[in-house]
Design a protein around this ligand. Structure first.
Ligand code: MG
Length: 367
């Protein structure tokens, strides 16, 4: 089997809530997502999607994804899409770094591999655990009372895990965490995700002020060194996200006992091939994981579901259904949330069919 053509599509994903806001006043109104379709000489096609959280979250941006995919595509024509390690090494040789650029291509090739074997991607990733996976809801940064109201409303929809977007003014963040924890049940899980937004002294103030509560602290400061200094001085369970962008950083943080859980995002690591490697290492190390991506629609959600559902239940801290945050569907067959949970598709590959009328004309077609 050979890759004959690679197409990239741009699609806008507006949000049900109007906008999504997180640390330091950062906000996105409409997500700019890129869908890749890989064609083969045997008529099998695969799809992938990459959607950065705007240009100021990680070193990634939507036009960069499309530009990088266009740069890589000519090198992939004629290659066997099922040879995933070979393809990933080739991509790494042709374009240094830029893992998010490689993610959608890698996911599309997993889709092809699954379809050509007649099995879901989750089977190729190790097989599914249980019927479904537990989801969290990200709560956009707003005044404390409004965030508590939003949590209550999402709780009614079945969610039991909530990730509060803090990383703003420390006093307001303390109020946000307290207001939300108060309306939750003891078995509900609450994560205060500062998304690198606090200076160390602010992070310490918040951690000290909420240390009587059952709350996880996620990525309080910008650098790994700063986060480690907070980790060493707070008893609260600790999650790292933005700093863990490679296997090297994962190993370093595990060696330093710098986290209790880690947030693995598929595009942050460069696709399912690399994310699976990190996931399997975390399984061996006993580090529980949030398995998700930076953002996305139906295709990203499907890829997340396959990786999350093939992760041992006790090590899957939580996962995300991004397609329920956005108003536009871009593929049929994607996982749909039921009572705060979702399952990966049992159909071959990712189990999704891109909606060509929504995608429109490709931005470019190579091959
Ligand atoms: Mg995070």
């Amino acid at each position: 089997m050979k890759i004959t053509r690679i197409e990239a599509f741009q699609v806008d994903l507006p949000l049900h809530e109007g906008n999504y806001s997180w640390s330091e006043g950062k906000s996105v109104d409409v997500f700019d997502s890129t869908v890749v379709i890989v064609h083969t000489d045997q008529g099998v096609t695969g799809c992938g999607e990459v959607c950065p959280l705007g240009p100021v979250y990680l070193p990634a941006y939507a036009r960069g994804a499309r530009s990088g995919i266009e740069e890589l595509a000519p090198h992939l024509i004629g290659r066997d899409p099922r040879d995933l390690l070979v393809l990933n090494q080739l991509m790494d040789r042709q374009l240094k770094g830029h893992p998010y650029v490689k993610s959608a291509i890698d996911v599309a090739c997993w889709d092809i591999l699954g379809k050509s074997c007649g099995v879901p991607v989750a089977t190729l990733l190790g097989g599914t655990y249980g019927d479904d996976v537990v989801l969290y809801r990200a709560i956009s940064q707003r005044p404390a009372a409004e965030m508590a109201e939003n949590v209550a409303s999402y709780r009614e929809q079945g969610y039991r895990r909530f990730q509060l977007k803090v990383g703003g003014n420390a006093d307001e963040d303390i109020a946000r965490i307290r207001a939300v924890r108060e309306i939750l049940q003891p078995t509900d899980k609450l994560i205060a995700d500062a998304n690198t937004g606090w200076l160390p002294h602010e992070a310490m103030r918040v951690c000290n002020a909420v240390r009587d509560l059952d709350v996880y602290i996620e990525q309080p400061c910008a650098s790994y060194r700063e986060c480690l200094s907070i980790r060493e001085r707070t008893p609260l369970p600790f999650i790292l996200d933005e700093n863990i962008d490679s296997l090297d950083m994962l190993l370093r943080a595990a060696g330093d006992r710098a986290m209790d859980c880690v947030n693995l995002k598929i595009s942050k690591l460069g696709g399912l091939t690399r994310a699976r490697q990190a996931r399997d290492l975390c399984i061996s190390l006993g580090i529980a994981m949030t398995i998700e991506d930076t953002w996305g629609g139906d295709i990203v959600t499907a890829a997340i579901a396959h990786l999350a559902h093939s992760t041992p239940t006790e090590l899957l801290f939580t996962s995300t259904d991004f397609n329920s945050y956005v108003t536009r569907s871009i593929a049929d067959g994607a996982p749909q949330r039921v009572n705060g949970r979702m399952a990966s598709s049992a159909s071959p590959g990712l189990g999704v069919e891109p909606l060509t009328d929504v995608l429109g004309k490709p931005v470019y077609s190579v091959g």
